[in-house]
Structure formats: C-alpha cells, structure tokens
Design a protein around this ligand. Structure first.
Ligand SMILES: *Cc1c(COP(=O)(O)O)cnc(C)c1O
Length: 468
C-alpha cells in the first residue's frame, strides 16, 4: 500500500493545520472569535497540512476513470471531447452572477433564443423549450405535449404509446410516468422496427410512437417515412428520442423524417461533461402545429440548466455549420471502422453499416480457440481497464446476451482508435490462450470487482463505517 492510499483521517495529527489567516479587525484567526460563536464540540475533521489535503483530493481524482484521462467508448452515452473553452464561457461572471428573476438579462435570453435557432435549423423543428434538465426529463415533457395535443382536440381515448423493443430504457419509463400505457413493437432480425408488427397496433387509442433513429443498435430506421405515414394516418404523433442525434448532424433532420416532437441531449451531442449523473439539458423541440403548447408547460424552475446551454452554444459556434455537419459523418466513420476491424474476433450479430455506435455479442468462439467459452463480456470490459481504456457499454441493449456496445464518437483521433482496436484484439487473443488473465482483471485498478449491486445500493462512504 502506498503512503497516500491511507485515509485522510489516518494522516491526521492533532494540532496540525493547513491554513493561516491574516490579522484583521477581529484579531488573528478563529481562536479569537467571540466565545458565543464557537462550537462546543470539535468537528472531528482530520488535522492535516495543505499538501496533504491537495494530495488527498488529487489522488482521489486519479482513482476514477474519466474522458479527460482516457478513451471512453461508452455506447448510448456519448462520452466525448468537451472543449475547455466551453467551461470558460459558462464561468463568465456576467452569466454565473445572474438571478432568474433579475431584470435586464437580455444577453442570456439572446443566448437561449440563438441556441433555439441553431437547434431548429439542425433538427427541422419550429420551436424549443429548454426547461427539461435531462434526456428522460425531455421525454416526459415531450409526451406531455403529445397528451395535451390530443386532449386539446377533445380526443380523450388516446392512452397508449408504441415503443420498439430496442428502445432505451428511459422511453417506456417516461411513458409510464406520463400515464401512458406502453405497447411494444418488435424488431426484425435485422434490428429494424418491424412495420408488419406495427400495423395491427395502430388505432384510435394510440397517442403516438416513440423512436430513436438511429436506434439503440446504431442502425438507421430506413422505413421511417412509411412508419410516419402509418402513425399519422391513425391520428397519432411521432416522438423522436434525439439523445442519439450525433451521426445525423447535418445529414438528415428529424423534422423532415416526419417527427412532431423530439428532445436533444445537449450534454451528449453538444458537449458538456456529464459523468456521475449531471448536469444535463434535454430541450424539447416541436413542429409548428404544436408550438402553442410549449409555453404552457412548467417542468422545472425558470429556464432549465443555463450553463449547459452556454456550453452547447459555444460548441456549435466554434464548429460552425460546415463542421457540425462533418461531425455526424466522422461519428459514423469511426464506429464502422472499429466494427470492421474487430468483427473477426467479436461476434457481430448485425453486420449492416451502423451509425455512431454498434453492438458486438461477446467474443467469437470458433472452436479453434480453447477457453473463449469461459471469457464473458464482463471479463473483456474489466481487462480493458488494465490497458487504460474505459469499457464500452455492456449487457445493453438487452437483445443480446453478451452485448458490448461501442461508441467512439467523432472526436477521437485515428491513433487512439487504432490503439483501442489493437487492445481489443490482444484481449481476444488472451481469452483464447489464458482466459484466467481476463477473469481476474482488472489488475491495475484501485479496486477490482465489487459486488455492483451492493456497491451502488449500500455504499460505505463514511470512515466510521469502515472502522466498524
Ligand atoms: C442517454 C439516453 C437517454 C436518457 O438521457 P438522460 O439525460 O440520461 O436522461 C434517452 N434515450 C437515449 C437513446 C439515450 O441514449
């Protein structure tokens, strides 16, 4: 164990202090505060020097993996380059000092309306609300628009929503929270929505359909025009889950595909650091015939997460129209390059051209490689950490048993992507030769294989609990 692996409490020495205060009108430092203001019992905080505090936090920060420490090919999450200049823009005192009830905030309003114009141009929607603070929050908001639309026309029987079996888990969850009954439409073996399975589901009880395009397998739903006609034909609306808009930037617009309502994940597609659950922004866009409903919705305090909007707007301005369009193509090329480079080692259940991400179904066991049988997707994911790469998304989507979902994004260099491919091939070779190397991985991470449920549900976060 390294010295600084010790807990900060173990480094504590009574009386050691990491601060000094200058002389002021109250005297020198805290010991001269009026008696009545001082606490009666000590706080129990560790007593350490400033370097110990700095090392404590710096070392803690190194124990986790982040997109600033290495390649992070997490499918369905878009962990990409977040330009540091965005942070400077979001930290400008003129923005951070604002209060939402303040008068004279025209600059901030202009940022929001300029961002709305850019997003409308990118998506083909007529208007956006920025109130929702995450993708799932946007879904709920968008579905509320859908319900208001039907109820507003006196059409009260539309209580069901169609969701493909490949959908992101938040889709059926948001629909349920919105009080809609979820009806599942099946995918065909090629991964696309089965139009023949859809047809009999359509009727006067259908509020609409929720779709992701490209879908959660990274495939473009090429029948979308026909699906839009069918759903509109029965009086329903089309909701677009735009959390995966990346590969379509500048290539095709949800509005032109026939979608009426959508959300974007600014924190994924337009670059905000979003590990650990926040912050996010899931603006909801609607076609012109629904724009009157947006202002009546109250889904968060004031205007939503303004800091994320600033970062998104800075990102869009920095790229410019031409490069926004290129980024979609790069996201697609990167994913296809990895897919083609690894498909002789990893099972590729759907071989079509993908968009920004794709799914392997574990290692290929072609019989000639002894022991591959034993190495699972979890083992591959754990072993990757030893080589300095974060794991892809694993065991999602649920359509495959050993799913390994890879999204390189448009912002990684060819060298990084090649290095990842090389390591993935190396791991496949190890699996054939000596699967125990994978089974016992990671060998170089601060912790190895916690029980993931206990670690998430009953984490030990207090020093006293460790001692207990
Ligand atoms: C990430 C994601 C969501 C949810 O977004 P959050 O901001 O995490 O709530 C919804 N749909 C898809 C397709 C996603 O990838």
């Amino acid at each position: 164990m390294k010295y600084y692996d010790k807990l900060i409490f173990e480094l504590s020495k009574p009386g050691r202090q990491g601060w000094s205060l200058p002389e002021n009108k109250f005297g020198r430092g805290l010991e001269e505060l009026p008696e009545a203001l001082c606490r009666k019992t000590p706080t129990g905080l560790p007593e350490v020097s400033e370097p110990d505090v700095v090392r404590h936090y710096t070392n803690l920060s190194q124990m986790n993996f982040g997109v600033d420490t290495g390649f992070y090919p997490l499918g369905s999450c878009t962990m990409k380059y977040n330009p540091k200049v965005n942070e400077d823009v979001a930290a400008l005192p003129g923005f951070t000092g604002l209060h939402p009830l303040q008068k004279g905030v025209d600059g901030a309003r202009e940022v929001i309306s300029s961002l709305e114009k850019s997003l409308s141009a990118i998506t083909g929607m007529a208007a956006f609300t920025f109130a929702p603070c995450a993708g799932a929050h946007g879904e709920l908001t968008g579905l509320m628009v859908m319900r208001s639309y039907h109820i507003g026309r006196g059409d009260l029987g539309r209580t069901k929503i169609i969701v493909p079996d490949s959908a992101h888990g938040t889709n059926p969850a948001s629909a349920a929270v919105c009080g809609l009954e979820v009806v599942t439409v099946k995918s065909k073996p090629d991964g696309l929505v089965d139009v023949e399975d859809l047809k009999p589901l359509l009727g006067s009880d259908i509020a609409g359909i929720m779709m992701t395009n490209p879908n959660t397998l990274g495939l473009f739903e090429k029948d979308i025009k026909e699906i839009a006609e069918l759903v509109h034909g029965c009086g329903g609306l089309l909701y677009y889950d735009g959390a995966n808009m990346n590969p379509l930037l500048g290539v095709v617009r949800p509005g032109d595909m026939g979608f009426d309502i959508m959300h974007l994940n600014l924190h994924k597609t337009f670059s905000t650091p979003h590990g650990g659950g926040g912050p996010g922004s899931g603006p909801v866009g609607v076609a012109a015939h629904l724009a009157h409903i947006l202002p009546t919705l109250r889904v968060s305090g004031f205007h939503g997460n303004f800091g994320v909007m600033l970062r998104a707007y800075a990102y869009i301005l920095m790229l410019g129209k031409q490069n926004v369009a290129l980024s979609g193509k790069y996201a697609t090329i990167s994913a296809n390059y990895i897919k083609e480079s690894l498909k002789d080692c990893y099972k590729l259940p759907i071989g079509r051209v993908c968009k920004h991400e794709f799914v392997f179904d574990g290692l290929i066991d072609d019989g000639s490689r002894e022991g591959v049988e034993g190495a699972t997707t979890l083992d591959v994911a754990k072993r990757l950490l030893d080589f300095g790469f974060h794991a892809p998304t694993i065991y999602f989507p649920l359509l495959f048993h050993q799913a390994l979902m890879i999204e390189p994004t448009e912002t990684e260099s060819l060298e990084t992507i090649d290095a990842f491919i090389e390591v993935m091939r190396k791991i496949a070779a190890e699996a054939a030769r000596d699967p125990s190397l994978l089974k016992s991985a990671p060998h170089c991470a601060p912790i190895r294989r916690p029980d993931e449920t206990t670690a998430a549900r009953q984490p030990i976060l207090k020093y006293s609990d460790i001692c207990a």
